[in-house]
Design a protein around this ligand. Structure first.
Ligand SMILES: Cc1cc2nc3c(=O)[nH]c(=O)nc-3n(C[C@H](O)[C@H](O)[C@H](O)COP(=O)(O)OP(=O)(O)OC[C@H]3O[C@@H](n4cnc5c(N)ncnc54)[C@H](O)[C@@H]3O)c2cc1C
Length: 498
């Protein structure tokens, strides 16, 4: 749609047919802000309402989505009943929005992706589905794509191909691109699917919370962490729940994740609250097992092609990094096409895009590897995840203040002080053995977070519950070079007041 808006002639090619069921559903404040920015910058007003729960309900009431007010985490020991913890040491609740209207969403991809394709067609783009592409030839001044549709040969000429076909996708295979490794990243696998009849976790004893919760715990991306793996639960407003598990191979092996539904049952039976929550649940389709979850392509662009970040690599669903990485990539490619389409610098800019994409996937993998290494050490896991929340909330604030240069990279990985500090902390987190090391690491993490903390994440009196409090932002205005009035304007313009 963006390329079409720039006057390019665009064709969308799809192997399957919409609607189709895929996972990868949970959005974040940063992904929604990027979506909104793209919609504004490229005059796609029909897409803007999809960036918030309230406007989505108003404009697209028949397009299914889920309400995401925050990130909910609980820590469990498989096979042991959860002990009530008045100090909240086994939980972490980080709110992402102050109320439902401007909340994030889980995108029910069957509906969401179909809607996008429909919008693209309405704009006038050509869309061809059920195409089986099998050949890519660079002809010097154009690309020839060849394949089959309805059993007949089909061919397309294009000046440029953007590959959005996901990990190990079309160009990776057609061009025999090498696979690269994510440094120090463990081998992980996943098992997931869609379920109906899943009850709410807050109906289980001990989960309704004592005191004022930052948001209802189920209206969130719910994470259940155990040694070597984690479970996600995302509720949609059509009665369907997306749930799955990702785990290091050593944690996945005893669960035999490749057994599918039997493995899922074995896993949830070992966590009493989830067992109860799924007691009447039914799978909507057979569960999917992925033996190798992470991926990085050894090449990300060529003269006449580029992989979107979602095709260039994937780390893990943890912390929903897929959409923001991809939207950042879309935004960068859009700028390249806008300014360099006919310039001799096109290749140089594409190489910069590839470098940024690879570096951001590396930064993500360093964060997620450190989290996997500490899933049995929840205080350290919690502190490490604050590095993510601090970078995300700082980036959101900087972008909303129209100062994107303060937060140009995902996770602020090339920030002059926060970037190197994170690298050092993630590295140390891979080797934490004794309690004293954990305590020192937590202290050092909080020291790194403080200079960019605009969300009260360093406030220990919150005991792992972080609501959205505008006072945190006012107190931290200097960290983003803003005045109190500018912060007040920001809160007004993003619909903070109900
Ligand atoms: C288990 C799991 C959970 C995830 N959870 C999250 C999450 O909560 N939040 C988040 O931000 N990210 C998440 N991700 C990442 C997220 O799925 C991706 O970032 C996102 O799906 C990318 O969307 P996409 O439409 O570009 O790619 P995809 O969803 O992979 O779609 C690719 C499309 O390309 C088509 N295609 C494939 N091959 C060809 C071909 N040869 N020719 C033509 N068409 C082809 C496919 O049919 C499909 O329609 C998750 C990923 C996984 C694996």
């Amino acid at each position: 749609m963006i390329a079409h808006r720039m006057g390019r002639s665009v064709i969308l090619l799809e192997r399957g047919q919409h609607p189709r069921v895929v996972v990868g559903e949970s959005s974040t404040p940063l992904s929604n802000l990027l979506l909104e920015d793209l919609a504004t910058r490229y005059n796609l007003p029909r897409l803007s309402p999809l960036s918030k729960w309230g406007s989505w309900q108003e404009h697209f009431p028949n397009t299914t989505c889920g309400l995401k007010r925050g990130f909910t985490f609980y820590h469990h020991q498989l096979g042991h009943p959860d002990a009530p913890d008045p100090n909240r040491l086994n939980q972490l609740l980080v709110a992402a929005s102050p109320h439902d209207r401007i909340a994030d969403t889980h995108w029910y991809r069957a509906d969401f992706d179909e809607l996008l394709v429909h919008e693209a067609q309405t704009l006038g783009l050509e869309y061809v589905d059920e195409v089986k592409l099998d050949k890519f030839t660079d002809q010097g001044n154009a690309v020839l794509l060849e394949g089959k549709k309805d059993g007949h040969d089909i061919a397309f000429h294009a000046r440029f191909v953007v590959d959005a076909t996901g990990p190990r996708g079309f160009l990776h295979r057609a061009l025999h691109l090498p696979e690269a490794t994510l440094p120090d990243y463990p081998s992980t696998q996943a098992l997931y699917g869609h379920f109906s009849n899943v009850s709410r976790l807050d109906q289980e004893p001990g989960y309704s919370g004592l005191g004022t919760l930052p948001y209802p715990i189920d209206d969130a991306a719910v994470h259940h962490i155990f040694d070597g793996g984690w479970i996600w639960v995302l509720r949609f407003n059509n009665g369907v729940t997306s749930a799955g598990v990702a785990a290091r191979d050593d944690a996945a092996a005893p669960l035999c994740l490749s057994d599918g539904e039997a493995a899922w049952k074995r896993l949830i039976d070992s966590i009493p609250a989830i067992k109860e929550q799924f007691a009447d649940a039914r799978t909507e389709h057979p569960l999917t097992h992925v033996q190798r979850l992470s991926f990085l392509s050894g090449r990300i662009c060529g003269e006449r092609w580029a992989l979107l970040p979602s095709a260039a690599g994937f780390v893990d669903p943890l912390l929903s990094t897929g959409f923001p990485l991809t939207l950042l990539g879309i935004s960068r490619l859009a700028e390249i096409f806008e300014h360099e389409w006919n310039s001799p610098d096109l290749s140089i800019r594409l190489r910069d895009y590839a470098t940024q994409t690879r570096e951001e996937l590396f930064a993500t993998s360093r964060l997620i590897a450190s989290l996997y290494a500490n899933m049995n050490n929840f205080p350290v896991f919690t502190a490490l995840s604050l590095l993510y929340f601090a970078a995300a909330s700082y980036s959101e604030t900087a972008r909303r203040l129209k100062k994107p240069q303060l937060a140009a990279s995902f996770l602020l990985h090339d920030h002059p002080t926060f970037g190197p500090a994170c690298r050092n902390l993630f590295e140390r987190a891979l080797h934490v053995c004794i309690e004293k090391e954990s305590d020192r690491l937590i202290e050092d993490i909080l020291k790194a977070v403080e200079p960019i903390d605009v969300a009260g994440l360093c406030n220990r009196e919150r005991h792992n519950w972080y609501p959205v409090d505008p006072d945190d932002l006012f107190r931290s205005a200097h960290k983003v070079g803003a005045t109190r009035d500018e912060i007040a304007d920001l809160l007004r313009s993003c619909g903070f007041q109900q």
